[in-house]
Design a protein around this ligand. Structure first.
Ligand SMILES: Nc1ncnc2c1ncn2[C@@H]1O[C@H](COP(=O)(O)OP(=O)(O)OP(=O)(O)O)[C@@H](O)[C@H]1O
Ligand SMILES: [Mg+2]
Length: 219
């Protein structure tokens, strides 16, 4: 089978980490060679960048510096890990990728979308996901899941530098993802993240299995 690059996206606490792990288990069970990875991060260099970008200590980080650090992590990730794995016929499952930059830095921070797209192009060298799953969740539910506390009315809270953003920021991120899914309906599938972990996982398996069957059928 040809390799495929699958990205998992969605707002904070939607279940990306949980569902990526479950998907990988499912795919390995079916005999696929799978690489599980994440952004920012995924490589030695990327994980150093991740630590810097998410560290709540660095409140002075400018949006432009944040954007370029994310891009630097991605550039390393694509060449060192993602592209070689896909070329070798593996399934790569990655939590957050280019759509996250559009949703977070573009919609969340209000950064110019053309500039984001250009930055994504430079970072990826045109390696794009073949399938993207957006796990959609009510923002307050997601934050509550992620923190186990009622953060809904809180303006500043726990968590890393991006998680600390206010509710409006997270609402824009969610809307950004839904708009992306409308713009790229072939590539991006929206998964209802409000059900149980098992329900969400079953919905994801169904979408992924369908796409993989199409790939191995050579269509
Ligand atoms: N469908 C679900 N129903 C209830 N709780 C869930 C569900 N999915 C995940 N959780 C729980 O919510 C919390 C956040 O899940 P997870 O870490 O997978 O989300 P995430 O999208 O990776 O979050 P982050 O954006 O912070 O990385 C975890 O404690 C997880 O066990
Ligand atoms: Mg996570």
């Amino acid at each position: 089978m040809r390799g495929i690059f699958i990205t998992i996206e969605g707002p904070e606490g939607c279940g990306k980490t949980t569902q990526s792990n479950m998907l990988v288990e499912h795919l390995r069970g079916k005999g696929h060679e799978v690489v599980l990875t994440r952004e920012p991060g995924g490589t030695r260099i990327g994980e150093r960048i991740r630590a810097l970008v998410l560290d709540a200590e660095y409140r002075e980080m400018t949006p432009r510096a944040e954007l370029l650090l994310m891009a630097a992590s991605r550039a390393q990730h694509v060449l060192e890990k993602i592209k070689p794995a896909v070329d070798a016929g593996r399934v790569v499952v990655c939590s957050r990728f280019t759509d996250a930059t559009i949703a977070y830095q573009g919609r969340g921070r209000g950064f110019d979308i053309d500039l984001i797209n250009e930055t994504n192009r430079i970072a990826t060298g045109k390696v794009w996901p073949g399938l993207t799953l957006v796990i959609d969740i009510d923002v307050r539910t997601g934050l509550r899941r992620a923190f186990g506390v009622e953060k809904a009315e809180a303006k500043s809270g726990e968590g890393d530098r991006l998680e600390k953003e206010d509710i409006g920021f997270h609402e824009r991120v969610r809307q950004g993802y839904l708009d992306l899914a409308r713009t790229f309906p072939e590539r991006i599938k929206v998964i209802d993240g409000s059900g149980s972990i098992e329900e969400v996982s079953a919905a994801i398996r169904e979408v992924v299995d369908t796409v993989l069957a199409r790939l191995s059928g050579g269509r």
